[in-house]
Design a protein around this ligand. Structure first.
Ligand SMILES: *[C@@H]1O[C@H](CO)[C@@H](O)[C@H](O)[C@H]1NC(C)=O
Ligand SMILES: *[C@@H]1O[C@H](CO)[C@@H](O)[C@H](O)[C@H]1NC(C)=O
Ligand SMILES: *[C@@H]1O[C@H](CO)[C@@H](O)[C@H](O)[C@H]1NC(C)=O
Ligand SMILES: *[C@@H]1O[C@H](CO)[C@@H](O)[C@H](O)[C@H]1NC(C)=O
Ligand SMILES: *[C@@H]1O[C@H](CO)[C@@H](O)[C@H](O)[C@H]1NC(C)=O
Ligand SMILES: *[C@@H]1O[C@H](CO)[C@@H](O)[C@H](O)[C@H]1NC(C)=O
Ligand SMILES: *[C@@H]1O[C@H](CO)[C@@H](O)[C@H](O)[C@H]1NC(C)=O
Ligand SMILES: *[C@@H]1O[C@H](CO)[C@@H](O)[C@H](O)[C@H]1NC(C)=O
Ligand SMILES: *[C@@H]1O[C@H](CO)[C@@H](O)[C@H](O)[C@H]1NC(C)=O
Ligand SMILES: *[C@@H]1O[C@H](CO)[C@@H](O)[C@H](O)[C@H]1NC(C)=O
Ligand SMILES: *[C@@H]1O[C@H](CO)[C@@H](O)[C@H](O)[C@H]1NC(C)=O
Ligand SMILES: *[C@@H]1O[C@H](CO)[C@@H](O)[C@H](O)[C@H]1NC(C)=O
Length: 330
């Protein structure tokens, strides 16, 4: 009784397998996919089958065929391909990008045909940034073009970072050539970087060294405080420390004009000891950037006297500052 049961079981199993095969349920399982250049890739069958003969092909070209325990490898794959004659599993070593393709296994005993698509990618190496025309630019007067280059790597994607922020396309920012080229038109002071390029595919990634831009700008956004405040009225005998600032790269040369006359000191600080009423008037700070060749100024009307009556303000002569600059003060 027991023996008969086993036999019936085997027949049912065989019928099941044939049913599965007939419905094409045998699949090729790659050990890695995508693989990288140099990898060894195993293509096994699932569920496992015992095959007496068969062949493997990639696209239309046959890799090898086997009958019983005899296998014949075609010249195109000599030394790189072998088959497990029992399970039909193909082992392909030292794969190259050219080995990408659809791998088909075919057998007549048992009857089956299955395939899988394999991708082989080259790993990315030596990611570098090329800059044109140069890394020294003037704000609002130039474009920066950064090109990401690699020594090797296939099917690459590119991602640009400005410091720790991902660069995305916008009015001023263009990403072209599959995102490998970054163009920033009309650069601003916020475009100095450091920029890095991240190149990656499914099997590898690499990041370039950072690139910095030197953007010259300004002077602008000037500020002038007296004794650390915005107050402009002081009582006689006070000491005044005026502090001038400007946004500028390289830093601006700062000069002072007090009631129409240039003061023979440069720098952000102007100190007045024990001021008198006669020292009331417009105090100007002039800023000049010798790289952008631009200048800017800020004027505050200082009133020394009775603190309650200090609201009358004099206007600084608008023609005075350009005139001073014209006469070669810088
Ligand atoms: C691939 O197949 C070979 C030979 O059958 C075996 O030695 C190796 O361990 C297998 N590698 C993987 C990753 O399955
Ligand atoms: C691979 O197999 C699928 C079904 O499993 C089939 O539709 C397809 O045509 C096959 N491709 C090749 C190249 O044999
Ligand atoms: C890396 O890339 C740069 C620029 O493309 C090239 O000059 C250099 O030789 C490369 N280095 C290596 C190790 O491939
Ligand atoms: C550059 O930007 C400045 C300020 O936004 C703008 O005035 C100027 O027209 C822009 N120049 C170009 C060429 O887009
Ligand atoms: C703007 O750039 C052009 C060419 O790059 C240059 O000839 C010109 O002098 C620059 N303008 C200023 C104000 O620097
Ligand atoms: C370029 O990058 C953007 C994200 O900034 C992404 O949506 C797009 O798919 C990328 N294009 C290519 C060709 O990789
Ligand atoms: C980049 O590759 C390294 C291995 O070289 C891996 O550890 C890391 O997770 C990868 N990063 C990304 C973002 O794919
Ligand atoms: C680029 O700028 C960053 C910060 O702004 C700085 O830490 C880094 O040293 C600079 N790199 C180069 C090559 O100048
Ligand atoms: C002075 O005024 C400016 C704007 O008018 C303001 O940004 C700044 O914070 C003020 N400074 C002080 C010390 O009050
Ligand atoms: C002003 O400064 C002078 C010299 O530094 C000092 O002697 C004097 O006490 C100061 N006056 C006031 C009101 O702080
Ligand atoms: C400015 O001061 C320096 C010395 O500090 C002096 O040599 C120079 O002649 C002065 N210039 C004027 C215009 O007073
Ligand atoms: C700008 O001025 C600095 C000193 O403040 C000087 O060292 C530099 O050579 C000047 N540059 C130009 C282009 O005149």
């Amino acid at each position: 009784m027991e023996k008969k049961g086993e036999g019936t079981f085997s027949i049912i199993l065989l019928a099941l397998i044939q049913g599965i095969l007939a419905s094409g349920a045998v699949e090729v399982h790659p050990s890695i996919n995508p693989a990288k250049v140099g990898d060894t890739v195993n293509l096994s069958l699932s569920p496992s089958v015992v095959m007496k003969s068969g062949n493997w092909a990639v696209g239309d070209s046959v890799i090898l065929s086997w009958v019983g325990d005899q296998q014949a490898v075609f010249p195109s794959h000599n030394g790189r391909a072998s088959v497990n004659v029992v399970t039909g599993a193909l082992t392909l070593s030292s794969v190259t990008v050219a080995d990408s393709g659809v791998y088909v296994v075919q057998s007549t005993d048992p009857q089956l045909k299955a395939n899988v698509s394999i991708t082989v990618l080259e790993t990315v190496s030596n990611v570098t940034i090329r800059v044109s025309p140069q890394t020294n630019l003037m704000e609002f007067n130039g474009s920066a073009v950064l090109t990401c280059a690699v020594s090797s790597g296939s099917s690459l994607s590119f991602l640009w970072m400005n410091d720790s922020a991902v660069v995305t396309a916008s009015d001023r920012v263009q990403l072209t050539d599959g995102n490998s080229t970054l163009t920033i038109v009309n650069v601003t002071r916020y475009d100095q970087g450091p920029f890095t390029c991240h190149a990656f595919n499914l099997v590898s990634n690499g990041t370039s060294d950072p690139v910095n831009f030197t953007i010259t700008y300004g002077p602008d956004n000037m500020a002038l405080t007296v004794n650390g405040q915005n107050t402009t009225s002081f009582s006689p005998g006070s000491n005044l420390t005026m502090l001038c600032s400007a946004q500028s790269n390289p830093p601006a040369v700062l000069q002072w004009v007090v009631r129409g006359a240039l003061v023979n000191t440069t720098g952000p600080l102007l100190e007045l000891i024990s001021v008198s009423k006669e020292q009331s008037g417009p105090y100007s700070c002039l800023a000049f950037n010798n790289h952008t060749n631009m200048n800017s100024s800020i004027t505050t009307n200082i009133v020394i006297g009775d603190l309650s009556s200090g609201s009358e303000q004099q206007e600084v002569s608008v023609w005075l500052l350009p005139l001073l600059l014209l006469f070669g003060l810088f």
